[in-house]
Design a protein around this ligand. Structure first.
Ligand SMILES: [Fe+2]
Ligand SMILES: [Fe+2]
Length: 299
């Protein structure tokens, strides 16, 4: 008889879960009443911090005038919230398929907060896109959930490692935009509130992924671990590249969107900017021992 892999639950993990669940209850808000949705957002303003645009730090940025960059900031912000909508839908499917199943007894109570909050995040991000952009961009071609099939311990690790990476990547943007005075109140509010909830999810995710890593190492050998490392690194590069969306460039009025995408992707200035975005999760995957080094494959 096979038994479900058991989380190596420490008192520390239980205490963290109790504390985060308590905090989730105390911080709970009604998202449908919480936001000050402006009727429309000023097209002359920045919708995203200029340093976070996908052209930031490149030669191409110099060639675009301020009006174009501001238009780009509008559509890049709609793209950012669209990526959130799609990422959340996929992570919810994974968490829902695990809650109250053998092996996940301990974190299941916190999963209720996580699932509830993510549903609400998906709502306010989609609301932003539809209200101010009149659309949600299409989901990226490679889904969070797609990938090769591995042992259950590897699958569990990968699902939560990808969720954690996604949340940390998004949080980099949320933290900056939540306090950027150049952005309007609505945009600051959406980012600041998401950051507040995500700080709990990230604290939880780091602990859970650490436990799942131990469990995976007990089950599989070195070859498999190197495969998982390579797979997760490809996923990271893919996720970072989803910010270079030719549809966004087209909506911003750029004449040759594919040429801009190719030029920006090839610009070494972007590697520096991308490293800032992924610094924390990269350091985490090195710390737990999965990543042997900091290298990433080419996109
Ligand atoms: Fe979220
Ligand atoms: Fe989250």
């Amino acid at each position: 008889m096979t038994t479900a892999p058991q989380l190596d639950v420490t008192d520390r993990f239980r205490e963290l879960l109790d504390r985060l669940s308590q905090k989730a209850i105390e911080d709970y808000y009604n998202p449908y009443q919480r936001f000050d949705w402006a009727d429309h957002l000023d097209e002359e303003q920045w919708w995203m911090s200029p340093e976070l645009l996908s052209v930031a730090g490149t030669d191409q940025q110099e060639q675009l005038d301020e009006a174009t960059l501001k238009r780009l900031s509008k559509w890049e912000s709609v793209n950012f919230y669209s990526l959130n909508v799609h990422g959340i839908r996929e992570l919810l499917m994974e968490v829902i398929s695990r809650i109250h199943t053998p092996g996940f007894e301990v974190p299941s109570d916190f999963f209720h907060h996580f699932i509830g909050e993510e549903n609400e995040h998906m709502w306010f991000f989609s609301e932003f896109c539809l209200r101010y952009g009149k659309k949600i961009y299409r989901p990226p071609v490679v889904a969070l959930t797609s990938g090769p099939t591995y042992e259950p311990e590897v699958e569990n690790f990968l699902v939560f490692a990808k969720v954690l990476f996604f949340e940390e990547m998004v949080d980099h943007y949320n933290m900056a935009m939540g306090q950027d005075e150049r952005l309007c109140r609505t945009i600051r509010q959406v980012n600041a509130i998401h950051h507040q909830d995500e700080s709990r999810h990230i604290a939880f995710g780091r602990e859970l992924v650490g436990h799942l890593y131990t469990l995976m190492c007990e089950r599989v050998g070195e070859d498999r671990l190197r495969e998982v490392e390579a797979y997760l690194k490809r996923y990271i590069v893919y996720s970072v590249n989803s910010f270079y969306n030719p549809e966004v460039y087209r909506d911003a009025g750029i004449a040759d969107p594919l040429a801009l995408r190719a030029a920006v992707l090839a610009d070494p200035g972007r590697r520096v900017a991308e490293r800032r975005v992924i610094r924390k999760p990269m350091a985490f995957f090195r710390k737990i021992g999965l990543f042997a080094d900091d290298t990433l494959p080419l996109g």
